[in-house]
Design a binder for this molecule. Structure first.
Ligand code: FAD
Ligand code: DLZ
Ligand code: SF4
Length: 516
């Protein structure tokens, strides 16, 4: 047993459940860990009920695991009479009561909490320290250092740097395995008509007690839950089971159907590992290594493009988004390139719309606290951007509704990639589309109230006119973008009457947005 000199209090946040952290390697008599379920965290956004239950359940299990390893743990439940419902008040009370002479915490992933704890430490008269979470491949400042002095932050540049640095899918020291860095052109097909995807692995944890506590004190949440059969992994063991399931059943078709969408298929071949990874039950390294070892074991079942596509999401996109976040916060949270100011349509909270694609994407989000990337980007995000919704509203919705939503990865995806509110830091052009793309990648349009082929008139698909309206409205900001110049050539060549009809149709839809 290693002895710490000072009586130390260590804070573990709800998304810092990394049992392999060096903090836990030795048991120290003088160290006490504290975890707290508090109102400041349940209320800073209106979270999905499954997100709150999932985090509390995982926190409670983590505390039990630490106790089993003989660490000292103070766990403040939501309804604990000693719980003062904020980090600083609980910490102050504990320091005073137990005469701690040192306070330590791990680097928070969120700017808000990072600032808060820095400020808190300034107010302390006892020693304090902060330590890395030992979770990510890259440090907070690594992306910023790589792109120092540059105006463009290409994900592909960062991705190649990461692959080389960590020797992932590399041959001869710095060459990409199989001769190319990116195999995306082999991926992204529509789901064939009679193709039945493997049903997702779901868990049946009973957390009805946590639900009762949340309801008792009227925490405002969104969505629904079957808390007797809570389907998300809530500990390391279940997260590893989900990882096993993913590499066995889903990885062979991951890339192929990465962008596909189908009614009533809520996760297809996606891993659903983001929640486990974001609260650090499992590390990105172990996810990447497991996928690579499965590929090596089953070369006849798993093509390289499936593996590369998956590895890129984690070592590339996930780390890239975090790097941009720490480089650009806090200014990033106020960016609004298009000066959009509309409200989100009411049906974003109910799924009650006649647009089949949005009905599916929103209803499943309320039901499962999950939608896969293309649903988030090209259905709900696409619509919000075409409708000119204020990015603050869009951010609040995404931060609340998804079980994996934490600001460092939510805001860069939403405000950046999806809403182009950063003017092109994360993406080189706005992700908008008409019904053509949605119909190409999904079967939502079949059976929709609206007609995907109609641009104007009765039952014309709203995406079609809103799409041209968006380009028309933002011509001064977008027409010089080399990736969209082509669209403006098409728009300029269109007959003036056709253009006027499209704009009129869009205006009508925008006026009646809550009835769509
Ligand atoms: P898979 O498709 O199986 O991908 C594997 C892993 O790659 C994911 O678990 C995730 O860790 C990582 N990944 C993939 N794409 C991205 C990306 N664009 N950015 C960062 N990591 C990525 N992801 C979150 O974790 N939290 C969020 O709050 C979040 N908000 C988003 C909001 C919008 C508008 C968009 C377009 C995307 C958002 N994403 C977010 C990224 C992505 O949609 C999710 O990571 C993914 O859908 C999670 O499901 P999965 O684990 O099944 O992913
Ligand atoms: C999201 C969340 C929620 C809903 N509740 C808590 C909580 O009660 N206690 C806690 O420590 N963490 C919670 N979290 C996660 C924190 O918001 C998270 O630690 C920050 O977002 C920092 O990334
Ligand atoms: Fe969505 Fe339009 Fe297709 Fe309906 S027709 S599903 S609204 S894209």
């Amino acid at each position: 047993m290693k002895e710490n000199k000072q009586k130390t209090l260590r804070l573990i946040l709800g998304d810092q459940l990394n049992i392999n952290h060096s903090w836990f390697k030795t048991v120290d008599e003088k160290v006490t860990y504290v975890m707290m379920e508090i109102r400041t965290e349940t209320d800073y956004a209106q979270h999905h009920i499954q997100k709150v239950i999932g985090i509390f359940a995982a926190m409670q299990n983590f505390a039990k695991e630490l106790l089993q390893l003989h660490h000292k743990v103070i766990y403040l439940k939501l309804n604990d009479k000693n719980n003062l419902q904020s980090f600083n008040e609980n910490l102050d009370a504990l320091v005073l009561k137990n005469s701690f002479s040192c306070f330590e915490y791990q680097l928070p992933d969120e700017y808000r909490v990072d600032q808060y704890l820095k400020e808190y430490c300034k107010s302390l008269t006892i020693t304090n320290n902060v330590i890395d979470t030992e979770h990510f491949y890259s440090s907070r400042s690594e992306l910023g250092n790589l792109f120092e002095g540059k105006k463009i932050f290409l994900m592909e540049t960062f991705y190649r740097y990461m692959r080389k640095k960590h020797q992932v899918l590399i041959s001869d020291g710095d060459k990409p395995l199989h001769g190319k860095w990116n195999f995306d052109e082999d991926n992204r097909r529509k789901l064939p008509k009679n193709h039945k995807p493997t049903p997702p692995l779901i868990f049946t944890n009973d957390f009805s007690e946590i639900e009762t506590e949340i309801k008792k004190i009227s925490i405002k949440t969104i969505g629904v839950v079957d808390s007797k059969n809570f389907l998300w992994p809530i500990d390391r063991n279940q997260s590893l089971q989900l990882l096993d399931f993913f590499v066995r059943e889903c990885l062979p078709l991951f890339g192929t159907f990465q962008d596909a969408m189908a009614p009533n298929e809520w996760s297809l071949y996606h891993s659903r590992l983001s929640f486990s990874m974001n609260i650090k039950l499992i590390s990105p390294q172990e996810v990447v290594n497991k996928a690579i070892s499965e590929y090596e074991k089953r070369p006849n079942d798993i093509e390289y493009n499936q593996l590369e596509g998956f590895v890129r999401q984690i070592i590339g996109w996930r780390e890239y988004m975090r790097g941009i976040y720490w480089l650009k916060m806090p200014e990033y949270a106020a960016l609004n390139y298009f000066e959009h100011s509309e409200k989100l349509p009411q049906w974003f909270w109910t799924g009650n719309t006649k647009m089949n694609c949005l009905k599916n994407a929103i209803t499943q989000s309320l039901q499962f606290a999950y939608a896969h990337h293309i649903q988030r980007l090209m259905i709900s995000g696409n619509f919000a951007l075409l409708a000119g919704v204020n990015p603050n509203e869009v951010d609040a919705w995404y931060l609340g509704i998804y079980i994996d939503a934490f600001e460092w990865v939510e805001i860069t995806n939403t405000r950046g990639m999806s809403q182009f509110a950063d003017g092109g830091i994360v993406g080189s052009k706005p992700y908008v589309s008409s019904a053509t793309y949605i119909n190409k990648m999904s079967s939502y349009c079949t059976g929709c109230y609206y007609d995907k082929a109609k641009k104007t008139g009765d039952k014309a698909c709203p995406f079609n006119s809103l799409y041209w309206n968006f380009y028309d409205k933002h011509e001064s900001k977008l027409s010089k973008n080399p990736r969209i110049g082509m669209m403006y050539n098409v728009w300029r060549k269109m007959q003036p009457t056709a253009k006027a009809e499209l704009l009129e149709q869009a205006e009508y839809y925008l006026k009646h947005i809550n009835e769509l």
